[in-house]
Design a protein around this ligand. Sequence first.
Ligand SMILES: [Zn+2]
Ligand SMILES: [Zn+2]
Length: 358
Amino acid sequence: MNGDARDEGWGQGCGENCFTLDEDGFTCHRVLDEPEVWRVELLMHDTFLPSVNVFVVRDGDETLVVDSGTPDDFNDTRLMRALLGLGVDPERVTVFFTHAHIDHTGLARELAEAGARVVVPEGVLADMRRFAVPAWRETMARRLRAEGFSADESAELADVIWDHARNFEREGVPFETVAAGERLRCGRWALEVVPMPGHTPGQCALWEPRSRTAFLGDAVLFLCSTCIGFWDEGDDPIGEQIATLRALAGRGVEHALMGHGLQGGELAVRCEKNAQHHERRSARALEAIRQGPGRCGRELMGAMGWRMHLEDWGETPALTRWFLASESVAHLDHLVATGAARREPDAAGVHRYFAAER
Ligand SMILES: [Zn+2]
Ligand SMILES: [Zn+2]
């Protein structure tokens, strides 16, 4: 690292195996030794999550970057400084995206332009193609109307989440794809691509069985429950997420490297608790249906046990309202998919929910 770099307020040591990326407290910090895994912490936008992680795996002259952070000029600079500080040539980097969300794929174009090879699971490319087209925004608005949200609010919520969807393939990023079960090599490591549907349909983890290390994206976090939204008619994202969490609990992961925050205990315990959290919310939704048969999603949402007071709904930011609406609808989809409830459209096309006979 040269003197100029240090003059700009980065490249300073900040403890063992750690260097600063700027004067705002962002750092690149070694989290595993053999092979080396570095955590680059980048700024997160728009949500209460404090930051997003990029992991840099280095073995010999091979480098694998897992996820890339949100698209932001400062994050771009921070990530490039991390690679420079580690002595990594971007042209010799393979980038892997765990899922299509913008906080993980955001710097795809910058990395591709710097010469990195960009690899995504087939399911992640499918998600970009499915969710980043105008037809999906329409599907989302239509579905929210069918759950009892006003036409204006349905359009507003569809728009706010739409703003966060990007199809980098259409923007010319040359993606290579890997299938589930295939392995991605980095030096001595051969990392298996393992599907983790729930948070998104196509999300995949990278799993290294010898060291029991997993790069998990947003499959599970210690900071909070990851958001689960609805996808399409007949899909059951909550059911998928619960199955993913239980499968992950049984895998024997020792080193869990997640999209946000750090591992704060045993992964299996966290997965089981999070699965039960979703099951409790679905049970509350079912109880609310029993208490008021024929209510719509908008009316049921208040009884699902969200921490936020729904009386303040009007003052709540649109993105937060979308998260709450979308996860509530996903729970109703789960109840319908598992046969615990049925939905019937009324004359206006609004879904009315009824508990299945016990
Ligand atoms: Zn995500
Ligand atoms: Zn994320």
